[in-house]
Design a protein around this ligand. Structure first.
Ligand code: ASP
Ligand code: MG
Length: 432
C-alpha cells in the first residue's frame, strides 16, 4: 500500500474520543500531529470529545429533562468537542508548532437544520486554508456545524466526527483522511467482543458501508458515503501504535492490491451485530392496494430510520407487516401508527425491543457459492433461532434474540475461518 509518506502532501487526521481521553493522551496526540507536520506534510486535525464526554452530557441532559429540545441538546453536545479542540491546540503549541482551533460553525461546516442528525451540505474551509498557508495547524471540532437557514448550531449524529474529517479532507483536497482510533484498524469483527478478530489490510467503500450499516462502530456510515463519492482514501489506524492500519478504498484500488500480491483476495470482510434496532409488527393489515403505502407514509412522518421490511402471507384478506427500525425511533413510530389505526384499519401493533441483527458482509459473496449455507449452518449449530432474514448483493443479515447476538457472531466468524492466531489489541476506551 502506498504509505502516507510516499504520496501525501496534505493529510487530515481525526482523533476519536478514546485517543484524547485525558491530558496525557492529548499531549501524546499533539506529539504525533507535530511529528507529521515536521516530516513535511501539511496537516489539519479533527477531534472528538474527550473519552465518554458525549455520553456523560447525554446522561446529564436526561436528568434535567426527559425530552430536551433538539436545539439545546446540540448546544450542549457541541461543547464536548470545543473542550478537546482547545486543549489539543494548547498542547500542539507546547510542542513548538502554532495551532488554531475552530468550532464547526467557524470552520464553515454548513449543514441542514435537523438537530441531532444534520447532514453536511457544504464546507467552506477558507479560515482553515488560511491557517495552513500561515504555517499553523488547524484543529477543528468534529461532529458539528451550523445551519445557514436557522443559524443554529447542529450535530451530525453519534460518531459524526468521522464525517467531519472526510468532508474537510475533500474540501481541502487532502490526499488521505486518517481516522485514529483505539484499535489497529478495521477488523473482521469488533475486537471487543471477538478477541480473535483479524485486521483487514484493505476494504472497499461498499463493504465498509455494509459493515457500518450492520452495526460495526469503527466508522460513521455517512463518512464512508462521503469518501466513496469523492474517491478519498481513508486510513483507519491506532493513535497508540505506529502500525499500518486498514485502508478503505474503491474496489478498483483493492483489486490492484490483490493483483500486486499485497493482500489475499477477500471473500468475507466481516461479521457484525447491531443491538440498537427494535422490531415492530403491524397486525391484520387489510390486504389491498395502498395499505403498505399508507403505513410507511405514517412512519415516515416521524423521520424513523427503517431497516428490514417483511410482509407475511395473507389469510382471510389480512396480512402482517413486520419491520425493524432504530430503537430510538420506535416510540414515535408507534404513536403515529396508533393515531392512524382507525383510518388504516389494521388490528394491532406488536413491539419487540429485544432483538439483534447479525450480518455477514463480503464482496466475494457474489462469486462464491455456498456462503449462505455455511452462514445458516453455523447459526444452527450454535442453537440460534432466526426470526427474520434479509440480504443485499454483498450481505446476509438475520434478526435473532439480543442475548444470542455475541454467540451468533462468534460462531459465524469461526465458520468462515476468520479467527486470527493473535489476539487483537484494544488500546483504550470503554467502547461505550
Ligand atoms: N463525540 C461524538 C460522539 O461521541 C462524535 C464523535 O465522537 O464522533 O458521538
Ligand atoms: Mg465518540
Amino acid at each position: 500500500m502506498p504509505t502516507p509518506e510516499r504520496f501525501v502532501s496534505l493529510v487530515v487526521q481525526k482523533y476519536g474520543g478514546s485517543s484524547v481521553a485525558d491530558a496525557e493522551s492529548i499531549k501524546r496526540v499533539a506529539r504525533r500531529i507535530v511529528g507529521t507536520k515536521q516530516s513535511g506534510v501539511e496537516v489539519a486535525v479533527v477531534v472528538s470529545a474527550m473519552g465518554d464526554t458525549t455520553d456523560d452530557l447525554l446522561d446529564l441532559a436526561q436528568q434535567v429533562s426527559p425530552s430536551p429540545a433538539g436545539r439545546e441538546m446540540d448546544m450542549l453536545l457541541t461543547a464536548g468537542e470545543r473542550i478537546s479542540m482547545a486543549l489539543l491546540a494548547m498542547a500542539i503549541y507546547d510542542q513548538g508548532e502554532e495551532a488554531r482551533s475552530y468550532t464547526g460553525s467557524q470552520a464553515g461546516m454548513l449543514t441542514t437544520s435537523s438537530h441531532g442528525r444534520a447532514q453536511i451540505i457544504d464546507v467552506t474551509p477558507g479560515r482553515l486554508r488560511t491557517a495552513l498557508d500561515e504555517n499553523a495547524i488547524p484543529v477543528l471540532a468534529g461532529f458539528q456545524g451550523v445551519s445557514p437557514d436557522t443559524k443554529d448550531v447542529t450535530t451530525l449524529g453519534r460518531g459524526g466526527s468521522d464525517t467531519t474529517a472526510v468532508a474537510l479532507a475533500a474540501a481541502l483536497g487532502a490526499d488521505v483522511c486518517e481516522i485514529y482510533t483505539d484499535v489497529d484498524g478495521v477488523f473482521t469483527s469488533d475486537p471487543r467482543s471477538v478477541p480473535k478478530a483479524s485486521k483487514l489490510t484493505a476494504v472497499t467503500y461498499e463493504e465498509m458501508l455494509e459493515l457500518a450499516a450492520a452495526g460495526a462502530k469503527v466508522l460513521h456510515i455517512r463518512c464512508v458515503e462521503y469518501a466513496r463519492r469523492q474517491n478519498l482514501p481513508i486510513h483507519v489506524r491506532s493513535s497508540f501504535s505506529d502500525r499500518e492500519g486498514t485502508w478503505v478504498l474503491s474496489s478498483e484500488a483493492v483489486a490492484e492490491l490483490v493483483e500486486r500480491g499485497e493482500m489475499e483476495e477477500p471473500i468475507i470482510s466481516g461479521v457484525a451485530h447491531d443491538l440498537t434496532e427494535a422490531k415492530l409488527t403491524v397486525v391484520g393489515v387489510p390486504d389491498k392496494p395502498g395499505e403498505a403505502a399508507e403505513i410507511f407514509e405514517v412512519i415516515s412522518t416521524v423521520g424513523a430510520n427503517l431497516d428490514m421490511i417483511v410482509q407475511n402471507v395473507s389469510t382471510d384478506g389480512r396480512t402482517d407487516i413486520t419491520l425493524t427500525l432504530s430503537g430510538s425511533d420506535a416510540d414515535a413510530a408507534m404513536a403515529a401508527l396508533r393515531e392512524a389505526q382507525p383510518a388504516i384499519g389494521f388490528t394491532d401493533i406488536l413491539f419487540d425491543p429485544g432483538i439483534a441483527k447479525v450480518s455477514l458482509v463480503g464482496a466475494g459473496m457474489r462469486r462464491h457459492p455456498g456462503v449462505s449455507a455455511t452462514f445458516f449452518r453455523a447459526l444452527a449449530e450454535a442453537g440460534i433461532n432466526v426470526e427474520m432474514i434479509s440480504t443485499s448483493e454483498i450481505r446476509i443479515s438475520v434478526v435473532c434474540r439480543a442475548e444470542d447476538a455475541p454467540r451468533a457472531t462468534a460462531a459465524v466468524h469461526s465458520a468462515f475461518g476468520l479467527d486470527s492466531d493473535e489476539t487483537a489489541i484494544v488500546y483504550a476506551g470503554t467502547g461505550r
